[in-house]
Design a protein around this ligand. Structure first.
Ligand code: 4G3
Length: 251
């Protein structure tokens, strides 16, 4: 997949793009990320990329001209893909949105700053606005990195066989069951016995119950849409009030 990023801070991406999994995916040619500096497209005297908002108010607005010209350069001839503006006004990035974007050949991600982008740039060169959640960042770059990471890991070959993207949170609409590794006892805390006995049917059933319990505790609204059997619905009904209380620990 080809991903182009329009940004005034291309240097922000270097550590994330060279990190282990994304770095390996790029080396293997599975993703190709190109950073495009919006400032290079500014027609203004000092290569400005922003100006005061018409109508007054705080902050600055990113100019339409450098964004539209940078986008045209990014698209080249015969672009077929999605042009996405990272914005708190966008629709929420969910795992199903990630799966949809992972089917594209090419993505162009626009990162805004200040109080946002001149609406005419959005109207003329953007296909959709995406938000990574209901909070404000100083710029769209961190949001774009979340899109790059979450989409890349869904592409064939990006994750190793030991890092499967299938069996994990949200793939069945439930949260993950708890994981343990060596040692079997640490500071008096034991790994649940069922995980040590080699009975794979029992382990599978235990993990399913733990997923249901974790989901009920932290994200009960997910249970409404999850594909559950009648028995699983009964199990949730029977979970005691205590099991649904917030967790406590020794501190
Ligand atoms: C547009 C995205 C962009 C308007 C960008 C601020 C949060 C998200 C920006 C604006 C962003 C997000 C840049 N902050 N939730 N900041 O995906 O007011």
């Amino acid at each position: 997949m080809k991903i182009k990023v329009l940004t005034i801070f291309p240097e922000m991406f270097s550590s994330v793009l060279s990190s282990s999994i994304l770095g390996r995916a790029r080396e293997n040619g599975l993703i190709d990320v190109e950073l495009i500096d919006i400032r290079a497209y500014s027609a203004r005297k000092h290569k400005n990329t922003d100006d005061e908002p018409y109508g007054g108010g705080a902050g600055m607005v990113m100019l339409a001209q450098p964004i539209i010209d940078a986008m045209r350069a990014a698209m080249g001839e015969g672009f077929s893909g999605r042009r996405i503006y990272m914005s708190p006004r966008g629709s929420t990035l969910t795992q199903s949105a990630v799966r949809r974007l992972a089917k594209e050949n090419e993505l162009i991600l626009l990162c805004g700053h200040y109080e946002g982008v001149d609406q005419r740039a959005i109207d003329s060169v953007i296909d959709e606005e995406l938000s990574i959640g209901d909070y404000i960042l100083t710029g769209g770059e961190l949001a774009a990195m979340v899109v790059i990471d979450s989409v890349s890991r869904m592409l064939p070959g990006v994750l190793g066989s030991s890092e499967s993207a299938e069996e994990e949170s949200f793939s069945d609409g439930l949260l993950e069951y708890p994981q343990y590794t060596r040692p079997a006892e640490y500071e008096g805390m034991k790994v649940p016995e069922v995980l040590l006995n080699g009975n794979h049917a029992e382990i599978k059933a235990w993990r399913r119950r733990e997923s249901l319990t974790a989901t009920l505790r932290a994200r009960p609204e997910l249970l409404e849409k999850a594909a559950l059997t009648k028995k699983e619905r009964e199990f949730i009904g029977k979970l005691s009030e205590k099991e649904c209380e917030p967790k406590t620990n020794q501190y």
